[in-house]
Write a protein that binds this ligand. Structure first.
Ligand code: XBP
Length: 228
């Protein structure tokens, strides 16, 4: 993949929706199971979740939903603690789903990354999901599909501000000791695109199920698949 006629030195991949349809096949399923298990009176539909994905971070997403429904008891005291427990349990269930094979890499992603490595390009992960989620996905889904390990993974715990803030990308650039112009980001969602662009990095968008329509302003290229 050329960016401005040059092979980039590093390609920085988002995880959720980009490497795999983790939101549809993992996180959303786990959220709804946890709500039922903990007696939280919420059932998120695909349509709800599409809107909720505008908020990055699982805990932040639940808080936005509580606010949206006017269920302010979940925003402080015992209620807030319940949401924190729900979030921990969601990630545990997510890891279980992933280890059971529920989340497959997106078609062509392994070959795309292998091809980069053959050209001497570094691949890294820049996500604001929890580290345990990426580790579970790598072990159970990406590695068995032939995806070599990334040089490193910047994850949600490493940053103060999640995407669309550029912090995760800036941290990756610092660790790589590379300039933005030497890198390419790969994202599936407007928030990720914004984060990459705010860090000055060109961004390839590979649209995922919940992000069929942009806005994709500033994208280097927008595709539907790693195969095209
Ligand atoms: C991905 C997310 C995450 C996951 C859930 O962010 O939005 O919130 O849906 O992960 P990014 P957690 O696009 O930066 O990878 O529950 O661990 O937050």
């Amino acid at each position: 993949m050329l960016v401005n006629n040059r092979v980039p030195k590093a390609v920085l991949f988002d995880v959720d929706g980009t490497l795999a349809e983790t939101e549809r096949d993992g996180h959303l399923v786990a959220f709804n199971r946890v709500f039922q298990a903990l007696g939280i009176p919420w059932v998120w539909t695909d349509e709800d979740y599409q809107w909720l994905l505008k908020t990055t971070g699982g805990l932040e997403r639940m808080r936005v939903y509580a606010q949206h429904c006017g269920q302010l008891q979940f925003l402080e005291g015992d209620g807030a603690q319940r949401l924190q427990e729900a979030h921990k349990l969601k990630n545990k269930l997510y890891a279980e789903l992933v280890s059971q094979g529920a989340v497959k890499p997106r078609p062509g992603v392994a070959a795309f990354i292998q091809d980069l490595l053959q050209q001497g390009v570094i691949w890294t992960v820049v996500t604001t999901t929890s580290r345990a989620n990426f580790d579970a996905l790598y072990k159970a889904s990406l590695k068995p599909a032939g995806v070599p390990p990334p040089q490193f993974a910047v994850c949600g715990e490493d940053v103060e501000h999640k995407k669309p803030d550029p912090e995760a990308y800036l941290q990756a650039l610092h660790r790589l000791q590379l300039r933005p112009v030497d890198c390419l980001a790969v994202e599936d969602a407007p928030n990720g695109l914004k984060a990459a662009r705010a860090a000055g990095i060109a961004c390839l968008v590979v649209r995922s199920v919940y992000f069929q329509s942009g806005p994709w302003d500033g994208a280097y290229e927008v595709r539907d698949s790693f195969l095209s």
